[in-house]
Design a protein around this ligand. Structure first.
Ligand code: PGA
Length: 260
């Protein structure tokens, strides 16, 4: 499937790292690096740093987003935060259904679906994370798991909604483990996900949807992953915390960015 019409998006997921001051210093250092970068560079920062990060990134092409949000607009949900709140603070996108939320905080795909619908309603682009665990991977049921996660998380979305959705395939066994999926394996799964979208929704939506890979992305494996035809970008955890490694990743020269 041709991919030239899909943007390349490289997202840093800072997880529970960086204070406001650290976030601002990082973005100040990153800003001069993004001007000549062929990829779109996005940062999913802690809630507390959204506003300061958005202000620091103002005038650059760096987009700032959140790592989670609630499905309700407001209410008695102690410790939670709404899409409207993060949008007002300066977020333009939100990660939803990250495996650390699915497994650490028991977020089901049905709940992720409600969050996706709310994010779209409030004008945020959702990055919907899916991925199989190590035992599911070893049992050979990754396809079935991804089919269920994808169809349930994107249930009831209109064709218009689908145009704003980004998928991130993150095999749980590869997150923070140094065990990156091989580019060939990641490509096979991304292609499978694209076929699922074509089958459950339509071919046009599948063709346009950016599908990112995440899980132990590093400067030395980023280019090979991005060179795969169905890998449209990267979701980078650990290596997005250091300016040096993240800069290397956003500048990795691929045949895609060179238009070969
Ligand atoms: P990692 O994390 O790059 O540290 O494996 C990726 C993620 O959890 O989004």
């Amino acid at each position: 499937m041709p991919q030239a019409h899909r943007p390349t998006i490289i997202v840093g997921n800072w997880k529970m790292h960086k204070t406001i001051a650290e976030a601002k210093a990082f973005i100040k250092g990153l800003s001069p690096q993004v001007g000549n970068c062929s990829a779109n560079v996005w940062l999913a920062v802690p809630f507390t740093a959204i506003q300061a990060s958005a202000e620091e990134a103002h005038g650059t092409s760096i987009a700032i987003g959140a790592q989670n949000a609630h499905d309700q607009d407001e209410g008695p949900f102690t410790g939670e935060i709404s899409c409207r709140m993060i949008k007002e603070a300066g977020a333009t996108f939100v990660l939803l259904g990250h495996s650390e939320r699915r497994h650490g905080f028991q977020e089901s795909s049905a709940w992720v679906n409600k969050k996706v619908l709310r994010a779209l309603q409030d004008g945020l682009r959702p990055i919907v994370c899916i991925g199989e665990t190590l035992s599911q991977h070893q049992a050979g049921v990754a396809h079935e798991i991804l089919d269920v996660q994808l169809t349930q998380s994107l249930n009831n979305l209109s064709d218009q909604d689908l145009k704003k959705v980004i998928i991130a395939y993150e095999p749980v066994w590869a997150i923070g483990t140094n065990q990156t999926a091989t580019p060939q394996h990641a490509q096979e799964i991304h292609h499978f996900c694209r076929e699922l979208i074509a089958r459950h929704w339509n071919v046009a939506a599948a063709d346009k949807m950016p599908i990112l890979y995440g899980g132990s992305v590093k400067p030395d494996n980023a280019a090979a992953l991005l060179d795969q035809p169905d890998i449209d970008g990267l979701l980078v955890g650990g290596c997005s915390l250091s300016l040096d490694s993240f800069t290397q990743i956003i500048h990795c020269q691929t045949s895609k960015s060179l238009n070969l």
